[in-house]
Write a protein that binds this ligand. Structure first.
Ligand SMILES: NC(=O)c1ccc[n+]([C@@H]2O[C@H](COP(=O)([O-])OP(=O)(O)OC[C@H]3O[C@@H](n4cnc5c(N)ncnc54)[C@H](O)[C@@H]3O)[C@@H](O)[C@H]2O)c1
Length: 260
């Protein structure tokens, strides 16, 4: 097991990728602190306890630094110091063209996707550094690099997470704390399954492996990055997108063009 005796904190763990990460880290031996605004966070905690690991679920809006500090204090009091932070919580469905994006929608997305991750890094990294071990994984997106039409806040905040990742990696590198970014393409979560079939088909056509990822596949990558053996990986941006980050333009002969 990769995380025997470790304590992990995962934001946005009530469902989707965050829940899969929480369960995987627990299977790897970690006890887990769980943050979400959705009361279903208690279901994830129950699943983790069913695996024989400790869990502490806190309803917390990560965009508010005082709430993050209070939640961290509660989790630390119950589970002990946190060794692993996974910044997973995010708003993924704020959709409008730039000229129709309201101030409130833009600010909310910045607050959750970027400030929320910053709040958690600031609350947890110093204690990790003081103990000489820490792992931080920020869940970004392929949209960080390529943009995403009608989701400017999403794309900008996911790109901002890369800057946070690089800087945290630099500031804590000599004190045993790594910080990496994971950039998923389309992953079969509740949100993605609910998309209209025409949009799913279009996304599939841009995914060289011709399938979407599973939350458990993202969770497996995160688990590896959180283990002791990943100590030489820091400041990395790791795509998990079925090749979706690649250029799929074909300039060769049409006769050979079975793919991509
Ligand atoms: N599903 C995909 O295809 C995909 C692709 C690329 C990146 N991602 C990223 O992966 C992460 C998880 O995605 P998902 O598809 O599982 O999303 P999801 O919407 O299913 O889950 C996100 C969770 O974050 C929680 N959350 C939202 N605002 C919060 C706040 N202010 N404080 C605390 N928790 C809050 C939600 O309640 C929810 O449980 C997100 O950061 C998303 O951007 C997902």
């Amino acid at each position: 097991m990769l995380l025997e005796g470790r304590t992990a904190l995962i934001s946005g763990a009530a469902r989707g990728i965050g829940r899969a990460i929480a369960v995987r880290l627990a299977r790897e031996g970690a006890q887990v602190g769980l943050l979400d605004i959705d009361p279903a966070i208690e279901d994830t905690a129950a699943e983790v306890r069913g695996l024989g690991r400790g869990a502490c679920a806190v309803n917390c809006d990560i965009s508010v630094s005082a709430k993050v500090e209070a939640a961290v204090a509660r989790i630390t009091a119950q589970l002990g110091p946190v060794d692993v932070l996974v910044n997973n919580a995010g708003i993924v469905n704020n959709i409008a063209p730039i000229e129709k994006m309201s101030d409130d929608a833009w600010q909310r997305e910045l607050g959750v996707n970027l400030t929320g991750a910053f709040n958690l890094v600031r609350a947890l990294a110093p204690a990790m550094a003081a103990r000489g071990f820490g792992r931080i994984v920020n869940i970004s997106s392929v949209a960080a690099r390529g943009g995403l039409s009608r989701q400017v806040g999403y794309s900008a905040t996911k790109a901002g997470l890369l800057g946070l990742t690089h800087t945290a990696a630099l500031e804590y590198a000599r004190r045993g704390v790594t910080c990496n970014a994971v950039l998923p393409g389309m992953v079969e979560t509740e949100n993605v399954r609910a998309m209209p079939q025409a949009i799913r088909d279009q996304a599939l056509a841009h995914t060289p492996v011709r399938r979407f990822g599973e939350p458990e596949e993202v969770a497996a990558l995160v688990a590896f990055l959180c283990g002791a053996e990943a100590g030489y990986i820091t400041g990395a941006e790791i795509d998990i997108s079925g090749g979706g980050h690649l250029n799929t333009l074909v300039l060769g002969s049409r006769r050979e063009a079975a793919g991509p």
